[in-house]
Design a protein around this ligand. Sequence first.
Ligand code: WT7
Length: 638
Amino acid sequence: MSISKQYIENSKKRFFSDPKSIDEIKRIREEAAKDPETFWSKEASNLRWFKKWDKVLEWNKPFAKWFVGGKINASYNTLDVQIDNKKAYIWIGEDGSRREITYNELYNEVNSLANGLKDLGIKKGDRVSIYLPMIPELPIAMLACARIGAIHSVIFSGFSVDALIDRINDAESKAVITADGGYRRGKIIRLRDTLEKALEKCRSVEHTIIHKRIGMNIDLKKNEYLWQDIARKGFCEAEEMESESPLFILYTSGTTGKPKGIVHDTGGYLTLADASTRWIFDINDDDVYWCTADIGWVTGHTYVVYGPLLQHATILMYEGAPDYPEPDVWWDIIEKNRVSILYTTPTALRMFMKLGDDLITKHDLSSLRLLGSVGEPINPDVWLWYEHVIGKDKIPIVDTWWQTETGAALLSPLPGIRLVPLKPGSSTYPLPTIDAAILDEEGREVKPNTKGYLVIRKPWPGMLLTIWKDDEKYKQVYWSKFEYYYTGDYAMIDEDGYFWILGRADDVLKVAGHRLGTMEIESALVSYNAVAEAAVSSKPHDIKGESIVAFVVLKTGYSKDGVIDALKEHIKNTVGAIAIPDEIFIVDKLPKTRSGKIMRRLLKAIVSEKQIGDVTTLEDEASVSEIINAYEELKRAL
Ligand code: WT7
């Protein structure tokens, strides 16, 4: 019996779900599918609108406008309508320090910064880049932008100079909000210094606002201000935004050298963030909810900021790495703060599995009642371990599949509606109205249990509006392979209709859950003076899911000595530490087809230690003998 069949058999005898719920969920989905617009207009009505929409959806394929004519504000919905003394954030610093911020305080902080931004002349539609570590000022800055209608573009604080330049310039940001520094494993990361280097190449930025996190002495330059100096106490009117106006841009990696600015609207995004958080996490008033994602990625946007704030949840935020300062710091935090919902990544779980169960079992985790996973496929054995060691076989696990582009989770168990029996490694079913299908290369639906490409056939609220300033690229990347939205993922539907995500079908890497493009890393490698050519691939890694492997050809006259270390340092200083390859091979030439294309799949097969027989069928553009020659040659060189 397959692991999934066996699990569903067992789960019938077990705790949290009744197999009848499959029929109930199916019925709810069928009902919603008959009239998605009515379905979503009911969901949108849970939010506060300054003006109700005239039309639920304007679908001018592939461009969707949701709740057209409606006026709404994200900061108003998360704050003004629910000011009280409930804790919004419990923040825990790497050094154990603690800050608690009530909804009332959050509201005041957001208003003060919003006033300050306005005083600087930041207006509706202006872009503001935010380069902050995991501290409460990050959500405050996002909400302050949202309040005045400025579009925020958060840049992960682990990114470095070149990554900043690309993102700030593409968005043409008028201001950047940063900190003097942040902490990472006890070390200070000097954010403002890195930003300053980047700004030498960014013309659009008129103001830099610096929050003093570390308390360094800052010698302010022209157009640099301290957060505390510009923040002005008092009420700041929330701008009435058209539903389809952008709330934020978030850059993500694709198959080209440059990151894409994924643009999200306001009304549709908030509707999906709100509904999905309610259905998936079902947060009650006394829950302490912890999504471990960094706000620099989309998971943090939707499930550390907008989604849970809309539920009036108490949200835990931890500044540090999962195993710093102590390897059991997470479990200590859960015990001490009575965390009831934990949403994390397979990479973190695999790391803890390796560290040993004692770290976990020595803590009282009885407050937990729901577990979640996100960002990459979760292996069934990790899922079962999560259920057993952390959940004590009593707590359901929601595996949520989604992407920066989808705005929020689209495939997930929905305990807030009906919890279906779970299968380890499956994200179960699509949310109501989400028309997910698996297609073959020709665009035909595949049979059950067959691998194919995951597409979404109908628009949904929260879907990306476009790629910033590049409608053509938006069409080409997502809407040209099939007549539907193409996710870039392989997936399969089993005989029970459960979805299984099988990894990326393109050159996007998922390293420790972080999304990186092979081309992006290649161009960073080539920007190093000794490098003539580079090709990046990945191989399976037992903790990080995938690890980066790079092949480089040096320019003539450059010696190999010290190059590998220098290249790693170079990647760290340009893209950021997350993009440093685990292995770099210096080779004389890269395997290419006659037309000059790098044989990427051959590289992948070689680093994954596949045999030559598995390799010859991989490249469509090369002959078998070419592949064998290239394979042999490269093997000899490694
Ligand atoms: C890619 C999107 C989900 C928000 C954070 C990542 C992979 C994501 C799952 C999952 C298997 C998953 C996909 C997707 N992915 N969640 N539950 N099971 N794979 O957003 O950085 O835009 O990455 O992450 O490959 O396409 P992202």
